[in-house]
Design a protein around this ligand. Structure first.
Ligand SMILES: O=P(O)(O)OC[C@H]1O[C@](O)(COP(=O)(O)O)[C@@H](O)[C@@H]1O
Ligand SMILES: [Mg+2]
Ligand SMILES: [Mg+2]
Length: 335
């Protein structure tokens, strides 16, 4: 039986990339159904293995990876670079594109009924799999995510703004709901896993300390904190109501460059955020100017409203003595 086109409104999606977006959305629709059924469909959050990055793989991680890998074989995709696979796979030697993917982001939230997602990045295929994805993030020609939450949405960019589509549960089609999303710059929210405070560098601690000091502190304003532990959910909140996200490098072994992966997490989210008028850095330099050194390489990641992300970079630019002085004299960054 011929399926209805999974995306109703195609005008913002370049014609050459529509087969890929249709493939991603078809699988996304199937996954959203599986996720809604939760334990009725089996133990989705059961640990079944470990990936090369050292993360525990859940049943749903592998189910999602298999489904995207299979479906993209007939979508003009030559190379498939997945969080769940050790190396870049060749799907169709005649394909014109490479897709990098985090098939299931936020795996720790599968069993707790909190939003999770799929993150993807699209490049033109180069001669090899590695050459296709280990190149400047600015060479992405498309990127986005599907969020499986109270609503299932597709958020994506092809370099001409960031668009949002909502999955209509009746028609089972993604319907365009926002043509030019803009990160609001008025928010007073930050997102960071504060349990790692003792491991952070001085500039990161100084920034968060100043937020926590509230009205009495140098920012002269009260801040609010969020941590969902699903990158897609944090991104969606920041696109909707602003704020800043930080997953910095820290002193824990293996976390020197944070936790998030450059190729299939940070690069695509950076493209989406920057096309929505925000900024994404490795805490200092723009992610879009960077190239991953290997498929599963990590990078510190800071993104959100431009003023806040720039402020965090400025804390890093200060000489050590001045950052230390911030702990005693908070007048420096008064807004
Ligand atoms: O558990 P932590 O250290 O707070 O990390 C949370 C981060 O890990 C992630 O879940 C990593 O993604 P995966 O679930 O795809 O491995 C991000 O979505 C999230 O931002
Ligand atoms: Mg992830
Ligand atoms: Mg994942």
């Amino acid at each position: 039986m011929q399926r209805e086109n999974p995306i109703r409104d195609l005008q913002h999606i370049p014609a050459a990339l529509q087969p890929i977006l249709n493939a991603l959305c078809e699988v996304g629709i199937d996954l959203s159904r599986v996720i809604q059924r939760g334990p009725l469909g089996g133990a989705l959050g059961a640990a079944v293995g470990e990936n090369l990055g050292g993360d525990t793989q859940k049943a749903l991680d592998l189910m999602a990876d298999d489904a995207f890998c299979e479906r993209l074989k007939t979508a003009n995709v030559r190379f498939y670079a997945s969080e769940e696979q050790d190396v870049v796979a060749e799907l169709d030697p005649a394909g014109a594109y490479a897709v990098a993917i985090d098939p299931l982001d936020g795996s720790s939230n599968i069993d707790v009924n909190v939003s999770i997602g799929t993150i993807f990045s699209i490049f033109e295929a180069a001669a090899t799999g590695d050459a296709s994805v280990l190149r400047p993030a600015s060479e992405q020609i498309g990127a986005g995510y599907i969020i499986y939450g109270p609503q299932t949405m597709l958020v994506c960019t092809f370099g001409k703004g960031t668009q949002e589509y909502l999955l209509d549960p009746d028609s089972k089609q993604f319907v365009l709901v926002a043509e030019a999303v803009k990160v609001p710059d008025t928010s007073r929210e930050f997102a960071i896993n504060a349990s790692n405070y003792r491991h952070w560098s001085r500039p990161i601690r100084a920034y968060i300390d100043d937020c926590l000091a509230g009205e009495e502190g140098p920012r002269a304003s009260n801040f609010n904190m969020r941590w969902v532990a699903s990158l897609v959910a944090e991104t969606h909140r920041i696109l909707t109501r602003g704020g800043v996200f930080l997953y910095p490098g820290d002193a824990r072994k293996g976390y020197e460059r944070g936790r998030l992966r450059m190729v299939y997490e940070c690069a695509p989210i950076a493209f989406v955020i920057q096309q929505a008028g925000g900024l994404a850095t490795d805490a200092q330099d723009p992610i879009l100017g960077k190239t991953a050194e290997s498929l599963h390489a990590r990078t510190p990641f800071v993104f959100g409203s431009t003023d806040k992300v720039s402020r965090i970079a400025a804390y890093h630019d200060l000489p050590d003595e001045e950052v230390n002085a911030l702990f005693g004299n908070r007048g420096l960054f008064r807004v």
